[in-house]
Design a protein around this ligand. Structure first.
Ligand code: NAD
Length: 447
């Protein structure tokens, strides 16, 4: 028994909880199954007993549906033995034996931490013409869940009633006598699980060179994790385009034009962020340029241009943002170095670039140790060869096949490969890390 309202509730639930695996033990309409599957990622699945009542053959999302043969009880036991866990479980309160299914799921640890249990048809007793016994069963079912300290719950008063429970991370009833250590490891540091500690809500960030490539990916990642982000780029129109993208995702951001090799631009950018948002928590000094020439031909102009952006400009940013952070007593600086700080990438010739990036690592180590005791952590990320416009120059384009042979991962990095690293270094979860060069290169620097 279902209706449009129930479908809307399921839609909202999958959007809020972002499940990867759903276990559906009750019969749902093809519409509802489609709604649930739509909310699953490409590699997600909905597992359901093969049932005479439901055929999902024509469901648009059929490829995500796994139907299992057998009695529900046996299926549950098999799945528990396989160690399967689900983010969302559906049980019908008016079916035979729903409490038995619930107990099997909970004792088999099949409902993941923060997982949601949905029990449709909990208010059948209030509907005319429905067998009293069903009403009794649904009340019995909801009473069992209500009494379970591992789950918190709410009942939606839709036509047929939907009871929703969430498996809370740590139950309030900890039995210390069983040797359970109710410490930060068990309960989470400051009561937060590890994924919550990566959140950046309330943080103010900037990304230089944020208008494209790696900087754009960093800006999206920081924003998705909860930070407000200032997009700094020499090309204002690129920064503005990224701000447009972020605002479509509900992320607060602002675009600013600045040439980070100019002291006055760096000062203006830092002052503007502080005037706008009151502080700077995360400084991503990412803007950089790459030029190629054999060392015997490298001009002073190329050397100076490279160093003015990659090292002098990065220092100006570190110093200006660092002063704000030191006065706040907290901050995270993340510089973009390069695998070229560790190895000499070849066959392209890039003496000035390689040397400037080695300088970024030493600057990071020095600031990282000098400022940590005043709350400012300084780390850098060294990407391998990333597929961005930087390597699409006429000089570098023909070298891609050559590079691939040197990369154990067998492919170039995508900017998305770097996003978790920047969120980790920006979050409080990495507060004990400083002066570190986090290499993300598919193993290239090891060969
Ligand atoms: N692409 C790679 O393979 C690779 C590998 C390792 C490290 N890196 C480093 O990552 C960083 C970003 O590289 P990318 O590949 O995204 O580059 P990119 O050329 O695609 O983008 C760089 C962005 O920085 C901006 N910019 C350049 N100079 C600036 C300045 N003086 N002030 C402000 N903005 C400026 C540009 O307008 C551009 O939007 C650079 O520091 C680069 O050295 C890149």
């Amino acid at each position: 028994m279902e209706n449009f309202q129930a479908n809307q509730v399921y839609k909202m639930l999958v959007q809020l909880t972002r499940p990867r695996k759903i276990l559906q033990l009750c019969s749902l309409s093809a519409d509802s199954v489609n709604t649930l599957c739509n909310g699953l990622p490409d590699d997600g699945c909905l597992v359901t007993p093969e049932s005479e009542y439901s055929s999902y053959k024509h469901c648009a999302q059929e490829k995500k549906i796994i139907q299992r043969k057998g009695r529900k009880e046996d299926i549950l036991k098999e799945l528990a033995a396989l160690g399967e866990q689900y983010d969302m479980v559906f049980i019908d309160a008016t079916e035979e034996n729903p409490i038995n299914y619930y107990n099997l799921i909970m004792s088999g640890n099949m409902l993941r931490m923060n997982g949601v249990i949905c029990v449709p048809n909990t208010s059948t007793s209030r509907r005319e013409g429905i067998d009293d016994e069903m009403g009794f069963m649904s009340r019995e079912m909801t009473d069992v869940i209500k009494a379970d300290a591992r789950v918190e719950q709410v009942e939606f008063p839709s036509d047929y009633g939907i009871f929703i429970g969430r498996r809370i991370p740590v139950s309030q009833t900890i039995d210390q006598s069983k040797g359970i250590l109710a410490d930060d490891v068990f309960q989470g540091f400051k009561g937060q699980g590890i994924l919550d500690r990566l959140r950046l809500h309330g943080k103010v960030a900037y990304v230089t060179g944020g208008g494209q490539g790696i900087g754009r990916a960093f800006a999206h990642a920081l924003g998705e994790a909860g930070a407000k982000v200032a997009i700094i780029d020499m090309a204002l129109e690129k920064a503005e385009a990224v701000v447009q993208e972020l605002s479509l995702k509900g992320i607060n951001s602002v675009a600013m034009a600045a040439d980070i090799s100019k002291e006055e631009d760096v000062k203006r950018m830092v002052d503007a962020i502080v005037a706008n948002w009151g502080r700077i928590d995360i400084a991503c000094n990412n803007a950089g340029i790459n030029m190629n020439s054999a060392s015997e031909d490298t001009t002073l102009e190329e050397w100076d241009k490279t160093f003015n952006v990659n090292l002098r400009g990065l220092f100006l940013c570190c110093q200006a943002a660092g002063r704000v952070m030191l006065s706040q007593g907290y901050g995270k600086i993340i510089n973009t170095a390069s695998m070229a700080s560790l190895i000499v990438p070849h066959p392209q010739k890039q003496l000035a670039y390689n040397t400037s990036k080695a300088g970024v690592v030493k600057l990071t180590q020095t600031l990282g140790t000098e400022w940590i005791d005043r709350g400012v952590r300084v780390n850098c990320i060294s990407p391998g060869i990333v597929d961005t416009p930087l390597i699409h120059s006429e000089a570098l384009k023909p070298l891609v096949t050559r590079w691939l042979a040197d990369i154990p991962a067998g492919r170039l990095a995508q900017v998305t490969d770097l996003q978790a690293a920047v969120v980790y270094l920006a979050s409080e979860a990495s507060d004990y890390m400083t002066g570190h060069n986090l290499v993300v290169d598919g193993g290239q620097s090891l060969w």
